[in-house]
Design a protein around this ligand. Structure first.
Ligand code: FAD
Length: 587
């Protein structure tokens, strides 16, 4: 039986902040827009964002987008592309006002302006005093933003395919992207969504690590789809470990806890960040704080019977501030730890949080392919935005509050460029049965019921492997062992058992598809990390402890089909201001 087809001007895969901000722009311009999401849109991980979104509004302390740009370049350990960073920091200001007008209930100051809090890595005057740049709706900012964007999309008549799982992109023989093959999760039926443009906005892949802050759905599907379509992934070795996850569990305790005045102590009760970052202390960049915590524990100064965590104190701030500014954190502490953070310190340990790397794009969110000879090429009809993309504004380390900003700014940029593309390419291109073949083959591969182990067994091993072999501190020997184990895992996945008595068959199939994706992005991460012989941002090599700008100030590109890594230069030229040249990074 032929597979049913639906036609749209624009297909958006992913209903987080990036996908919905792009969709809103397009639906408001009367385009026919389809948004596909494997969960109900408001369950996308954006909903969990706690601390806030950065914009140099200067509501609390003096500020300027150019200072924001400096902090972001420095935070990226000079690996971020400065044209994209300038775009993001300038656009931040109108973006937040646009959200305010769309109905996001931001927390307010006494004078009615949007409240802004201090976050890590923020400064005034290019590295001076701490800035206060993060606009927040208490500690539930992502929730406020995602619900507002969803409601605005309903009003603009965006067409939602809720609980549809994207299998693979559809590309024709000339390489033009024609849409995607998706699967109805409820009925298990495939569907072709043909579109003039396709935007990947599928979010991150934190589930590849055992202890992480991410939703269960963050399995890197869009990134793996890009890999299978022949598009390399950029800078995958840079994965952020957030310093303050609930110890042993991984749930996020937002940086806002430190922004509001909280601080870390070791078993001796010492404020150890003073030794690692004398001026910024607890509000140093995340990579710096995460390494400091792990170093304290390795030096035997961890807390508890196992000496395996440190404490985050906010109890000195008073119950009123803690309960009003950090209500979500209070909930997490009550439910998972049985404590009230206004009374008792929180046990914390670094937890896998955010992918700096992803699908390479330009600042218009168009997916770009490296050409081995000559200039980069745009993949026609394909866009990527949000955590699955690498534009690259975060380089080797993202600053808190810059991801919500990234997804909104580049989600909207994607919408704008799609409008241009569709007006220049008004007709659907022919889509043949052969174009769908690769996606169907993948689907069929996961329709048979092998006799090996269960998906969950292999997944648990993968997550443990990534944590043990590609964590906060890395070295050649540990990572090489990790690569060997990954290869063995892939062989076991080939004969995975899809049905058992406790699972519905289709659910197991989705889990297998996700695990397949996780294995691909995990491989990209580990291979790129093994190849980069320096320490920069979140990538910290014990055997190469220094940053090496002479050899390594460049982006990595991992391609699956050839299992190889190429490199491309950093775009160091901003649009309208001078470059910030690399300097030693101290906080
Ligand atoms: C706990 C937590 C707190 C955070 N707090 C902050 C913060 O305070 N400030 C900040 O700046 N950043 C924060 N971040 C980071 C930020 O929230 C995320 O990077 C960002 O929200 C990602 O948005 P996105 O639109 O790219 O993807 P997501 O919001 O993750 O959405 C991905 C979408 O893709 C869909 N999808 C994925 N795969 C498929 C598939 N195969 N088929 C169909 N649909 C698919 C999903 O259903 C979902 O709709 C936080 C992250 C976490 C985990």
């Amino acid at each position: 039986m032929p597979i049913p087809r639906r036609h749209f001007d624009a297909l958006i895969i992913g209903a987080g902040g990036a996908g919905l901000n792009a969709a809103l722009r397009l639906a408001s311009a009367e385009l026919r827009v389809a948004v596909v999401s494997k969960v109900f849109p408001t369950r996308s991980h954006t909903v969990a964002a706690q601390g806030g979104v950065n914009a140099a509004l200067a509501n609390v302390l003096p500020d300027h987008w150019h200072w924001h740009m400096f902090d972001t370049v420095k935070g990226s350990d000079y690996l971020g592309d400065q044209d994209a960073i300038e775009t993001m920091c300038r656009e931040a200001i109108p973006t937040v006002y646009e959200l305010e007008h769309a109905g996001v209930p931001f927390s307010r100051l006494e004078n009615g302006k949007i409240y802004q809090r201090a976050f890590g890595g923020q400064s005034q005057q290019f590295g001076g005093e701490q800035a206060a740049r993060t606009c927040a709706a208490a500690d539930r900012t992502g929730h406020a933003i995602l619900h507002t964007l969803y409601q605005q999309n309903i009003r603009a008549r965006t067409h939602f395919f809720d609980e549809y799982f994207a299998i693979d992109l559809i590309r024709d023989s000339e390489g033009v992207v024609l849409g995607a093959l998706v699967l109805g999760i409820e009925d298990g039926e495939p569907l072709v969504i043909a579109a003039k443009t396709t935007l990947l906005a599928t979010g991150g892949y934190g589930q590849v690590f055992r202890t992480n802050t991410n939703a269960f759905i963050n399995t890197g599907d869009g990134m793996a789809m890009a890999l299978r379509a022949g598009i390399p992934l950029q800078d995958m070795e840079f994965y952020q470990f957030h310093p303050t996850g609930v110890a042993g569990k991984g749930m996020l305790i937002t940086e806002a806890a430190r922004g509001e005045g909280g601080y870390l102590v070791n078993a001796d009760g010492e404020r150890f960040m003073e030794r690692y970052a004398p001026s910024a202390r607890d509000l140093a960049s995340r990579d710096v704080v995460a390494r400091a915590i792990v170093s304290e524990i390795r030096a035997g100064r961890g807390c508890g019977a196992q000496k395996d965590y440190v404490l985050l104190k906010v109890d000195h701030l008073g119950a009123e501030v803690v309960h009003q500014r950090l209500p979500g954190i209070c909930d997490i502490c009550r439910v998972f730890l049985g404590i009230d953070p206004a009374q008792a310190p929180i046990p914390v340990f670094p937890t896998a949080h955010y992918a700096m790397g992803g699908i390479p794009t330009d600042p218009q969110a168009r997916v770009i392919m490296p050409a081995r000879h000559g200039p980069e090429e745009v993949v026609p009809g394909l866009y990527a935005a949000g955590e699955c993309a690498c534009v690259s504004v975060h380089g080797a380390n993202r600053l808190g509050g810059n991801s919500l900003l990234d997804i909104l700014v580049f989600g909207r940029a994607a919408g704008q460029d799609i409008l241009r593309y569709v007006s220049e390419n008004p007709h659907h291109r022919p889509l043949t049965d052969e174009d769908i073949e690769p996606g169907l083959a993948r689907l069929q591969r996961w329709a048979r019921r092998g006799d090996g182990e269960r998906v969950s067994v292999i997944k648990a091993e993968l997550r443990k492997l990534m944590e043990d072999h590609c964590g906060v501190f890395r070295d050649q020997e540990t990572m090489s062992h990790g690569v060997a184990k990954l290869t063995a895992l892939r062989e076991r996945l080939d004969i995975v058992r899809l049905q058992d008595h406790s699972q519905v068959f289709n659910t197991a199939r989705i889990e297998a598809l996700e695990l397949d994706n996780l294995l691909d992005v995990g491989t990209a991460t580990l291979m790129a990390a093994l190849a980069r012989e320096e320490s920069r941002g979140a990538h910290s090599r014990v055997d190469f402890p220094e940053r090496d700008d002479t050899h390594w100030l460049k982006h990595s590109l991992y391609s699956l089909s050839e299992d190889r890594i190429d490199y491309k230069p950093v775009r160091t030229k901003p649009i309208s201001v001078d470059s910030f040249p690399p300097k030693p990074r101290v906080y």
